[in-house]
Design a protein around this ligand. Structure first.
Ligand code: SAH
Length: 205
């Protein structure tokens, strides 16, 4: 059923569909939402954040055109679900989250489920640590008013970045950026709604 819904909505990449089938989404949602884990909708997680809708996860993953050898950067770990999907299709995933509670629980969940090529970092996606180097693919899963130049610089030549761009509260557009030898080529894809990307590490009680 899950695969069928994704296919109907236009996801055709077999490797992406397989990854969506293999990663147990019920392990990434709250206890109360277990029964709804495979519904095509976003669900609430801790810290007032959300795990994205399966179609959007599959669509963004498909648009990234991942290669097995890729190093991927995700901004906005949340539950760790998108990172788990990416990890099935790439060599290594670095994912950054600004809430310690979410970073710690995603790290523990991913370890327990056996995803060993994912590094979860507590940090600010607007200020990616310099020693993280460059990435073949970058995926932002929180809405940015614009894509920071500093982030685009982290993309290797030939790399692809995908991010929801637009106002924090409202509709954003998914933007796909391809870095060529001397430019960044942008294309607008579809309208989406994401929680806002906010600067700095979150203060928690
Ligand atoms: N990809 C996640 C869902 C992301 S929700 C999943 O699969 O579950 C967006 C997440 O981005 C939230 O957890 C939010 O705290 C985080 N976030 C927002 N701004 C951020 C920033 N500047 N740096 C890192 N994470 C950020």
């Amino acid at each position: 059923m899950f695969q069928l819904t994704l296919r109907r909505r236009g996801i055709s990449d077999q490797a992406v569909l397989r990854a969506m089938e293999e990663v147990p989404r019920e392990a990434f949602v709250t206890e109360a939402d277990r029964a709804d884990a495979y519904r095509d909708s976003a669900l609430g997680i801790a810290c007032g954040q959300t795990i994205s809708q399966p179609f959007v996860v599959a669509y963004m993953t498909e648009q990234l055109q991942l290669q097995k050898r890729d190093r991927v950067l995700e901004i906005g770990t949340g539950s760790g679900y998108q990172a788990a999907i990416l990890s099935r299709l790439a060599a290594h995933v670095v994912t950054i989250e600004r809430f310690r509670t979410l970073a710690d629980s995603a790290r523990e969940r991913l370890r327990r489920l056996g995803y060993h090529n994912i590094e979860v970092l507590l940090g600010d996606g607007f200020d990616v640590p310099g020693d993280a180097g460059q990435f073949d693919r970058i995926i932002v899963t929180a809405a940015m008013e614009q894509i920071p130049d500093k982030l685009q610089e982290r993309l290797a030549v030939g790399g692809i970045l995908i991010a929801p761009v637009g106002p924090h509260h409202g509709v954003q557009t998914l933007v796909r950026v391809v870095r060529t030898a001397n430019d960044w080529e942008k294309k607008e894809l579809v309208d989406v709604r994401f929680v806002p990307a906010l600067p700095g590490i979150a203060r928690e009680l």
